[in-house]
Design a protein around this ligand. Structure first.
Ligand SMILES: C[S@@+](CC[C@H](N)C(=O)[O-])C[C@H]1O[C@@H](n2cnc3c(N)ncnc32)[C@H](O)[C@@H]1O
Length: 278
């Protein structure tokens, strides 16, 4: 697998980042792990499909998104919209530490995961809005050109999987996402064999991006990232699709005239895509 990031760059300052991005309980857990284990967990995180969910992952992803937010919007009033967050809270956690005048919004359809995210974010010192609806309807909730940045944090796969489930009449709103995952993987195996992923999902995916770009300010950025989970691979997720998801959708997004791709040093194009609204 192409590495996600450079271990040598992160390892020397990882302890400082842990102090910055973890709360007291999390930091206590972090400090209880010996430094060699921290380093080897970090190396695995950056160089292999993710197999462990540790406090090291939390530090890295919070710090990484914080770095992006600082590059794209250094002023402290960032309004960020996340798409398909589930209950993953790395972005809102990062924002809560660096954007005291910021606002975090997420559009997330699955009820159980939204409930969990509400719980995880309830005490964070930042304004949070959870829109429990399909992101395609975002303009019913947010004004035109009202957000500075839109994040698809490991969410391109989720959006595509939800589109495919919808086509097959499989509920992803009221169900347990993880319980549905094996059926999602079966559908992905079938579209891979039939070679019809693009025919089935490109238009709905681009329609969603088109809705997104309307609420994004001119000059604002849609940021998409991806990485692999070992569990999904073990359960049969088509490996090529999982590894090269960003390059696959990169070809499709060229069809949206309002956005253009830009590149940043240090962000591998296999795992990252930055789309600026022009
Ligand atoms: C596994 S969770 C996402 C986790 C997160 N992206 C991560 O990997 O860190 C999948 C979520 O994507 C949401 N989702 C998929 N398509 C969506 C859409 N079009 N609008 C809103 N939420 C969507 C689902 O409802 C579900 O809550």
């Amino acid at each position: 697998m192409k590495q996600l990031d450079q271990y040598e760059k992160w390892n020397p300052r990882f302890s400082d980042l842990a102090h910055k991005f973890l709360n007291d309980m999390e930091l206590k857990e972090y400090l209880s792990i010996n430094p060699e284990t921290i380093s080897s967990q970090l190396k695995d995180l950056l160089e292999k499909p993710i197999a462990n969910f540790t406090v090291v992952n939390e530090v890295y992803f919070r710090a990484r998104w914080s770095q992006i937010m600082e590059i794209l919007h250094p002023e402290n009033d960032l309004t960020l919209l996340e798409i398909a967050s589930g209950d993953a809270d790395m972005i809102v956690q990062a924002m809560a530490r660096t954007y005291e005048n910021g606002k975090y919004i997420t559009a997330n359809m699955n009820k159980l995961l939204s409930k969990s995210l509400i719980h995880k974010t309830k005490d964070l010192p930042i304004a949070v809005q959870i829109i429990e609806d399909d992101a395609i309807s975002i303009d019913q909730y947010l004004g035109i050109e009202s957000v500075d940045m839109i994040a698809f944090q490991h969410a391109v796969n989720d959006v595509l999987q939800a589109i495919l489930c919808d086509q097959e009449g499989i509920d992803t709103i009221y169900s347990d996402w993880m319980e549905t995952l094996p059926r999602m993987i079966e559908i992905l195996q079938k579209v891979t064999i039939d070679n019809n992923l693009e025919a089935r999902v490109k238009i709905p995916f681009l329609s969603l991006l088109n809705s997104m770009q309307k609420v994004l300010k001119k000059g604002g950025m849609m940021v998409m990232n991806h990485y692999m989970f070992q569990l999904d691979l073990d359960w049969g997720y088509p490996p090529y699709l999982f590894e090269f998801l960003i390059p696959i959708v990169r070809e499709w997004v060229k069809e949206i005239p309002e956005i253009k791709e830009v590149y940043y040093d240090g962000f591998d194009q296999n795992w990252w895509m930055f789309l600026e609204k022009i």
